[in-house]
Design a protein around this ligand. Sequence first.
Ligand SMILES: NC(=O)c1ccc[n+]([C@@H]2O[C@H](COP(=O)([O-])OP(=O)(O)OC[C@H]3O[C@@H](n4cnc5c(N)ncnc54)[C@H](OP(=O)(O)O)[C@@H]3O)[C@@H](O)[C@H]2O)c1
Length: 294
Amino acid sequence: MAYRKVAIAGATGNLGPSIVNELVNQGFEVTVLTASGNTSGLPSAIKVIKVDFSSQESLVSALRGQEAFISAIPKHDQQPALIDAAIAAGVKRFIPSEFGSNIVGNEKARALPVFAGKVKTQEYLRTKQDQISYTIVTTGLFLDWGIGLGWLVNLKGKTQINDNGDSVHSFTLLSDIGKAVAGILNHPEETKNRGVYVQTAALSQNQALKIAQKVNPDFKAETEHVDLAEEEKNAYAELSKENGNIGSAMVTFIKISIFKEGYGNLWNEKNDNELLGVKSLSEAEVGDLIAKYF
Ligand SMILES: NC(=O)c1ccc[n+]([C@@H]2O[C@H](COP(=O)([O-])OP(=O)(O)OC[C@H]3O[C@@H](n4cnc5c(N)ncnc54)[C@H](OP(=O)(O)O)[C@@H]3O)[C@@H](O)[C@H]2O)c1
């Protein structure tokens, strides 16, 4: 039976509002747990509880009566405490803050230092699965966010072409991640204790550049080549320095997981789109999307 009463933490960030909006539109009873109390941009049909995320008591009290708990917080290694609170409150399903690269199914992605907190959370969930079930959502780079950021194609400057730019990867719109989460809650049995994969489009950077030129013939693509193996070496070198640039190294690891071959970043053959109600975009629809960013 579907879970209808759901709580979410991290609702006000880059991803959270897309999940909250879809859940509210589908008639779920949504409770937002917030540290800041700021809920701007969220629909009014939600219950808001201000919590102290460092207090188990505060979390358990906010989670009582909820059937599922979605985490979209950026501090991944803080999630075991959220899982413990969810168990104590009797929550049935935990959806951790993943929503990105394929660290469930690919050992190389899993070993990247940037994902240590996500890996720790996954391992913790597996040890607790007799007390709370889980679903891990793998999406690839957020398609719309990635275009806005210039990572897939840069419409305002030079596109960094990772390796040869021809390998194809899976990407998902923020709104489709909302649909995927609703799909999990509508299909708890089929999604129990496993990773699910969704994608809105499978594209290479060179294909995306061609589409951009087609929708805007005035667009002159400027590119620069990035050798990801070289970047990876440099990123590990930064980590080993006393005052290395950790932030930049972490961004490199994220890009490697999204764009480098061998990191399991394509699931167009086998995914959970149909089960979870996510549709793939046609090339023309990807063009309509890209056109919005000129
Ligand atoms: N695939 C991709 O392209 C992609 C891109 C970006 C992010 N992601 C993933 O998506 C997930 C969400 O990321 P995001 O960028 O949406 O997050 P975010 O914007 O950095 O933060 C989301 C919200 O979490 C709450 N928060 C912050 N620190 C917290 C803490 N220590 N404890 C509890 N709540 C805290 C804040 O809301 P309140 O103050 O209201 O509580 C904040 O607005 C992450 O797992 C991230 O790795 C994936």
